[in-house]
Design a protein around this ligand. Structure first.
Ligand SMILES: O=C1O[C@H](COP(=O)(O)O)[C@@H](O)[C@H](O)[C@H]1O
Length: 261
């Protein structure tokens, strides 16, 4: 199933389109099951989620938060209120902005009590604990590690989740959640979904905005031999439907024909 690319001139339109995509898949999931299982990423996605799920009142009214189970496709090994925490980002931009009457979703975070060291740095930390954090997070994954939606970012180096170009975690097949202590992007200590989880999702959507993303999107969409992590996800052949939500500047000069969602 080839990936679909949806492109817009304005950042708000990208966010609204992501919001409509989420609602469509939420409703589909709730027709056949009790909960909507979504995995989020960090970085620039946080602001997109705020625009889509909080600021757009039409979309906000359709979110069935009490039925959501929220996970993170990757997480930095820092306290949950640390500025580098992907949960912390979602909490401050989205959860804290929900009206008081809303029943909050079930959010699966790392076990903060196991986090050692300061700021996710590698010095003087207990890497055994990082393994424990990853294993514990894995034990909380939904049955069959099956997600309705996984929302991903694509770093300027082509990384996604905390799966970095050339890293041996790209070949991890036995663990569903792995820890990494040498992330080239700070902080170095993180946990991440591995490919078996991504391959098993119903749908995956990348969100990428800004001219800074154009060179890597060119590589992903024009170089069929590249082994960049985002390209490997883009090309999954396991039946997962992959979409991209981008602004026009992110695909400037990239040889693709985008659609409107
Ligand atoms: O480090 C990370 O980076 C990626 C990409 O972030 P972006 O700001 O370039 O969109 C993000 O998806 C991931 O969750 C995060 O930990």
């Amino acid at each position: 199933m080839p990936a679909q690319v949806y492109a817009y001139a304005e950042s708000n339109d990208v966010a609204n389109s992501v919001g409509n995509y989420i609602i469509k898949h939420q409703n589909a999931a709730l027709q056949s099951g009790e909960t909507f299982k979504i995995a989020l990423s960090g970085g620039s996605l946080g602001k997109v989620l705020k625009k889509a799920l909080i600021d757009n009142k039409d979309i906000a009214a359709e979110v069935k938060w009490d039925k959501w189970e929220v996970y993170f496709s990757d997480e930095r090994l820092v306290p949950l209120d640390h500025e580098d925490s992907n949960y912390g980002l979602f909490n401050s931009l989205v959860l804290k902005n929900l009206p008081a009457h809303i029943v909050l979703p079930k959010v699966y975070t790392i076990d903060e009590s196991l986090v050692t060291g300061k700021d996710g740095q590698v010095q003087d930390v207990d890497l055994e604990k990082d393994l424990e954090i990853a294993s514990k997070y894995e034990s909380n994954l939904p049955k069959g590690a099956k997600f309705d939606v996984i929302l991903l970012g694509c770093g300027p180096d082509g990384h996604t989740c905390s799966l970095f170009p050339g890293h041996n975690l790209l070949n991890e097949r036995s663990k569903l959640i792995a820890y990494i202590s040498d992330s080239p992007k700070p902080p170095p200590r993180r946990i991440t979904f591995t490919f078996p989880v991504l391959e098993n999702a119903t749908t995956i959507a990348f969100v990428a905005e800004g001219a800074g993303k154009a060179p890597i999107l060119k590589e992903i969409f024009e170089n069929k031999h590249t082994k960049l992590p985002s390209k490997l996800v883009n090309d999954l052949t396991t039946g997962v439907q992959v979409s991209w939500f981008v602004d026009n500047s992110a695909i400037e000069g990239v040889g693709i024909v985008p659609s409107k969602y």
